[in-house]
Structures are given as C-alpha cells and as structure tokens.
Design a protein around this ligand. Structure first.
Ligand code: XMP
Length: 322
C-alpha cells in the first residue's frame, strides 16, 4: 500500500544519507522479523556494502536456519556469514539447570560469537556501521525509565567491547511491529519470517526444563515442529500469540505403547493469547487440534509418552516456563 511504500522510500533515503556512498555495515540476524526487515531495508539502501551475520547457537527451531540461509538470502540477495556455534553453546550449557544461568551463558556466548564475526567483517571489509532492529516501543521503553523490575533477563546484542566501535543504524526506530511486518511483506520477505510469532533469544534452551543436551533438544525440536504444523494447518496462527512447547526433561511417567511399558517424558503445550506479552490468557484451543498434536507427538517422538496442557494465565504464570 501507499503508506508502506512511503515508509520504505523515506527509510532507504535516510539510511543512504547516514552511511554515505562508501560506508559499509554489519547486521546480526536472529531469524526474527525485526532484524530481517532492518537488514532488508539496509540492503536495499547500500546493496552488497552490507554483510549479515547469523549465529547458529544450536537452540533454534526446526527449519529456522534454512529460512535465513536459503529463503532470506533468496529474497534479498544479501551477503551472509553464518557462525556455527552450536558445539560451543552445548558445551557451555552442559549440566546447567538454573534458568537465569542458562540465559547469562547464552547471552555471553552469543555476544562472543557475534563479536568475532563482526570484527572480521569490520577489519576485512572496513565496516563501521552496525544495524539494529530497534522498534519504536523499545525506544520509548528504554528512554521512559519505567523502573519495572526485571523478571527475566532478555538478551539482545548490546555490550560489544570498546575497541570494536560501530555507529548504530536503526531503521525501525519509528515503527511499530505491525508496520515492520507490512514493510517486510512489501520488500518480498518470506511469510515464515514476516509472520513469525515471538520466539525467545535463548531459544529451545529455556524450554528444556532441566539440563540441556543435544538429544533433549532434538526431541523438543521435533515436538515443537509438530505442534506448529498442526496449529498452522488448523488456521490458528493468527488466533494464538505463540505456543511454547516445553520438555520436562527431569520428569518421567509410566505409559503403555503397543505391548510395552514406557517410562518417558511429558511435554507441555502452552498456547497463549496476548496483545503485548505483558499479560496473557491461555488459549482455548479446539479439542480436535489438541488431540492431533498429542497423538502425533507421542507417536513420532520416542522419548515422549504424555502431552499436557498449561491452563495458567499470565500473571501468575509467565509465558515461558523459564
Ligand atoms: P515471559 O516468559 O516473560 O515472556 O512471559 C514474554 C515474552 O518474551 C519472550 N521471551 C524472551 N524473548 N529473550 C527474548 O528475546 C528472552 O530471554 C525471553 N524470555 C521470554 C517470550 O517468548 C514471550 O513472547
């Protein structure tokens, strides 16, 4: 539409002015909509003088790396560097159970991995601009000094070392989330990215309750993919805000499958409806959809023999379990 095209034109012009005819930029991609749209706008403004960096921490959902490496690159033609850091993250997370400790480790390792790649781009190509997908509500929130207590530490790419100096480019600073999605659609980004529901930076690590390892992640990744497939094919993506699937990795219960007794793990479905994630209500999903998800997960994930539904609103429950 006219308004969205206008936003794109004005933003692209402003980016060109800020970066100049020779300047180069780096942008971290998370797989989410904000960083993807920010990168696509900068790409439109300065073309291959932009390099994107994608850190694969091994805590992503099924298909997310391909969405960035294949679909996003196909849609934008952007120059992309992927950092394969899954091994490092798994090693650092080994044996860690405490949710805040998991977040701290992931935040630290993420910055470390991103910094290494950004430094190479900065030194190799002479980039001195860093693109960030800061939205208008983030600007207001951090300037407003609301004094609200931090309940969970959310990690973002901040905290780069002093000797790595970038000027910030924030092309989404004036936009709300729905405008960002419209801009992304207008720029031709894949639906899977433009319509993506919120997903936490620490990824599947905070949805394995207990210590994280490769096997547990693989089990959860499969269960999560099944739930998302069924919710999408039931047309419920617009109805729910998000639906975390949580693996209770330290809990076992007795079950029966075929002739055999099983002693497997439960997963929790946590479908929520919300406007802004500050408060949320549990979504009354149709029973037939719940049934399909439950049947498929217990059939297709050998470690899981029970599917339970979280019927807690926020407050008192948070959306994520950790
Ligand atoms: P909670 O669990 O606090 O979640 O009700 C509110 C929203 O924030 C997301 N979330 C995170 N996002 N880093 C993120 O980028 C995090 O550490 C994090 N923790 C929670 C959550 O998915 C929900 O949309």
């Amino acid at each position: 539409d006219w308004n969205t095209a206008n936003i794109i034109d004005e933003t692209v012009t402003a980016i060109r002015e800020q970066i100049g005819p020779e300047g180069r930029a780096v942008c971290g991609l998370s797989g989410g909509v904000d960083s993807a749209v920010a990168a696509a706008l900068v790409q439109r403004a300065i073309g291959d003088r932009l390099t994107c960096v994608f850190v694969d921490h091994g805590l992503l959902r099924e298909g997310e790396r391909a969405q960035v490496e294949r679909d996003f690159v196909a849609a934008t033609g952007v120059d992309l560097v992927t950092v394969d850091a899954a091994g490092t993250f798994l090693r650092e997370l080994s044996g860690v159970v405490d949710p805040e400790e998991k977040r701290k480790i992931i935040g630290r390792e993420f910055i470390r991995a991103f910094e290494g790649a950004a430094r190479e781009v900065a030194e190799g190509k002479g980039a001195d601009f860093l693109v960030q997908g800061t939205l208008y509500p983030d600007v207001v929130e951090s300037g407003g000094g609301s004094g609200a207590a931090t309940i969970k530490s959310h990690h973002n790419v901040g905290g780069l070392p002093d000797d790595l100096q970038f000027s910030l480019v924030e092309p989404l600073r004036a936009l709300f989330k729905d405008e960002v999605r419209r801009v992304g659609a207008e720029l031709g980004l894949p639906e899977t990215i433009v319509r993506r529901q919120p997903f936490p930076g620490p990824g599947l690590a905070i949805r394995v309750i207990g210590a994280v390892d490769a096997e547990r992640l693989a089990t959860l990744r499969r269960a999560d993919a099944i739930a998302r497939e069924e919710l999408t094919s039931a047309g419920l993506d617009e109805v729910i805000w998000q639906c975390p699937v949580v693996l209770l990795a330290d809990v076992r219960s007795v079950g029966v499958q075929g002739d055999g007794r099983t002693y497997g793990h439960p997963v929790v479905l946590r479908p929520v409806s919300s406007e802004d994630a500050m408060t949320a209500d549990w979504t009354r999903l149709p029973y037939d959809v719940l049934e399909r998800i439950s049947t498929r997960i217990t059939n297709e994930c050998a470690e899981i023999n029970r599917v339970v539904l979280d019927v807690t609103s926020k407050p008192p429950g948070t959306i994520e379990w950790e």
